[in-house]
Design a protein around this ligand. Sequence first.
Ligand code: NOJ
Length: 489
Amino acid sequence: MSLDPWWRDAVVYQIYPRSFQDADGDGEGDLRGVVQRLDHVARLGADAIWLSPFYASPMADGGYDVAGYTEVDPRFGTLADADALIEAAHARGLRVLLDVVPCHTSIEHPWFTQHPERYVWSDRDGPQNNWRASFGGRAWSRDERSGRWYLHSFYPEQPDLNWREEDVRSAMADVLEFWIDRGVDGFRLDAIDHLMKDPDLRDDPPASAPPALPEMGECATLDMRHSRNAPDIGEALAVLRAGAGADALLVGEVYLPADRLAPYLEHVDVAFAFELLHAPWEAAAVRAAIASALSLQGRAAWVLSNHDFPRLPDRVGAANVRAAALLALTLPGPVFVYQGDELAMADGPGREPPHDRAGRDRHRHPMRWDDDAAHGGFTTGDPWLPAVQVAGGSVAAQERDADSVLALYRDLIGLRGGLRGGLRFVDTADGVLAYRRGDEHLVALNLDDRPRPAPAAGAIMRFTHAGRCASGSPAPLELGPGEGFFARI
Ligand code: NOJ
C-alpha cells in the first residue's frame, strides 16, 4: 500500500444504478443514465463512485444475486456501456469502484448446475446444522433438481460458494482481474465476513449476549462463531487481493465491530465502520463508535447510510441530517455518501408486493433530479419504485438555494480538502460532540434536542445552517438542536 494513497480522505459516492437515472425509459435506472448524471457527482466534489451490482441477475436480492460476474444485465445496458461509464467517470476525475459479491452466486448462475462442487452441501437429507440466514429462516434449502441441501447465508436464491475449493478461488480472482483490465480502480467486497466458515460446519452455540451489530431474524439468537468469520479468512482475502492487484482499493463490507477487523485489514485497505452507522444519535454513543473505528488508524471507511438501512432522516431524525453530514465529512479517512443523502432524501413507502422481501425497498426510491419533470426526472416510463418527493426539494431546486442540504454537502466536501491531522475529542457540554482536526480546525455538533453551550472556537468556516450563521462570522456561544459548525480554532 502506498504511503499516501488517493483514497486516504476520499469522498466515495454510492450509486444504486437501478434508482439513479433511467436513460431508456423502461422505468429502471441504467448505466447510460449514470453517465448522464455524472456531472452532479463531480460537482458535489466526490473523488470516486461505488456502483452497486449491475451484473447479470434475476434480481432476487437487487443484483446481489449474480448470475454472471462479467456480464452486464440487459436492464442496465451492455459491457460497452460499462466501458463508456468507466471512461466518462475517469474523464471527470472520478475513480470507479465496483461491487463484487464473492460469498454467493444467484441460484441461476450456471455454476450451480455445472459446478455443484463450488457450493456448500449438507451430507444428509436435511440441514447440516442450526445456522440461520441473515434475512430470516434457516440457512439451508433443498435443491429441487438434485434433492440435496445447500447452504445460503442470505436468501435461498443465493447459494454460498465454497471458498475452500481452489476452483472458486481462481474463478473469483479472474473476475476481479477482468474488471481491473477494463479500468476500474477498486472494489467494495460484499459480505466478506461470510466467506469462510467452520470447515466442519459445526452448530453455532446459543448467544450469551446481544450481537455486536444489529441482526435480522433469528441470527441474534446464536453466537455466530462457526457460520461466519473463520480464523483462516486471510487465505480467501489473499486471493481477492491477488486478483485485484496491489494498487486497487479494496473496501471490505465486514459486518463486525472494529476490534474484530484486524485479519481483514491485512488484505483489504479499509472496512466500513458499522458501529457508527448503527450508533444511536446521542453524543456519547456516537463518540464511542468513532473512537472504536479510529483504533483502526485510518483504515475505517465512514458510512452513515446505504441501500440496506433506513435513510438518514429516518435514522437520525430530519432535524439532524445536516449535523450528520458535518460529522461524516469532517472525520479523518475515506467517507461514503449514499445517493440522495446530499438532498436529505428520506425513506419512501416502498411498494406492494415488495421487490425486496427483507423490507429494503423503502431505502431505494429513485433519485430526485427535477420536481418539474415527470417522476422527478428519473424516468419517462413507469418507475420500478415510486419517485417520491424530497422534503428539501430536488437537485435542481436545491441548486438554487444557498442554504440547502446540497449546498452544505458541496461546501463541506470542498473544505474537507483543507483538513489536516488527526482527530482529538474536546470535552464539552453534555449532548454536544466536539473534536479538533489537527491544530487548526474544530468541529462541534449538538445531538441533543435542547439548545446547548458551544465550545469556544474561532471564525466559522461552515455552519450547518448557512442562513443562521454565515461563514467568517464568530462562532456562536450556543448551538440549537441539530446545529453544528466547522470553525477555526
Ligand atoms: C450486503 C449488501 O449490501 C446487501 O444489499 C445484500 O443483500 C447482502 N450483502 C447479500 O449480498
